[in-house]
Design a protein around this ligand. Structure first.
Ligand code: ADP
Ligand code: ADP
Length: 228
């Protein structure tokens, strides 16, 4: 089933840069979808449109069941992971992962099981009292992923999350992210300019062309096919 679709979507910024034009794509329930393409082809813009962080200047974005579905399920049904982990330096790992629940009015005690579960999923159970400055780049990214997962989102959006990491760390995180996706059964939309990463992770890849950005090719990978 289709979770959401973009039809004829365009995005033109105030500086007259047309990041997207005639973008048609859909996100299907439970898939691991990669948006692949060179820098500047509008992948992040497409992701930000899906997240509702910005509005299209042309075309439409429809959620299955209508815009109301998204409103009633609320922002907690979407998790967003940026390229920078953007952690609060003054808060512990526990405190950082607590943030989205805290904003929803859920205190530390009540949030504890969800936080423990999210940290477990990213392999950081032993680090709940550590501070961001004590962590490597890969571990900070794990905290950022745990923070996005703690609300049990229906849809996880990731914008080149591993681009700044060394290859080995990146490969480990790729493996662990696949495990998280299988465990949670959530839908993931993953922006990358790495062909390797998109093929390794995805059940489906949309290749973007640049200026103005839109989908120029689609590649489906059977998610049930054994890979290892
Ligand atoms: P990608 O994620 O594929 O690298 P982006 O979506 O970040 O591409 O950017 C697509 C184009 O839109 C680029 O030329 C970028 O500079 C431009 N752009 C992105 N965001 C803005 C903005 N807020 N204002 C003006 N131009 C922007
Ligand atoms: P990414 O690493 O995803 O490609 P960028 O570094 O291109 O992201 O952009 C980071 C932020 O700056 C985004 O919020 C984007 O919308 C904004 N941005 C990108 N290009 C421009 C631009 N030419 N003018 C104004 N804002 C921009």
């Amino acid at each position: 089933t289709v979770l959401l679709s973009l039809r004829g979507v365009g995005k033109r910024f105030a500086n007259n840069v047309t990041a997207l034009e005639g973008l048609d794509m859909e996100v299907r329930q439970g898939e691991f979808l990669s948006l692949l393409g060179p820098s500047g082809c509008g992948k992040s813009t497409a992701l930000r449109l899906i997240a509702g962080l910005t509005e299209p200047t042309a075309g439409r974005l429809d959620w299955n069941g209508g815009e109301a579905t998204r409103r009633t399920t609320g922002p907690r049904s979407i998790g967003f992971v940026f390229q920078e982990p953007t952690l609060m330096p003054w808060a512990s790992v526990f405190g950082n992962v607590h943030l989205p629940l805290k904003l929803a009015g859920i205190g530390r005690r009540e949030a504890e099981p969800s936080i423990a579960e999210a940290l477990e999923m990213v392999g950081l159970s032993g680090f709940r009292d550590a501070y961001p400055r004590e962590l490597s780049g890969g571990m900070k990214m794990r905290v950022s992923i745990a923070r996005a997962l703690v609300t049990k989102p229906r849809l996880l959006l990731m914008d080149e999350p591993f681009a700044a990491l060394d290859e080995i760390t990146r490969f480990k995180l790729n493996n662990d992210l696949l495990e998280v996706w299988r465990q949670l059964g959530c839908t993931i939309v993953f922006v990358t300019h790495s062909v390797f990463e998109s093929v390794f992770l995805s059940s489906r890849i949309l290749v973007f062309r640049a200026r103005p950005g839109r989908v120029s090719a689609e590649l489906s990978i059977d998610p049930n096919q054994p890979r290892d």
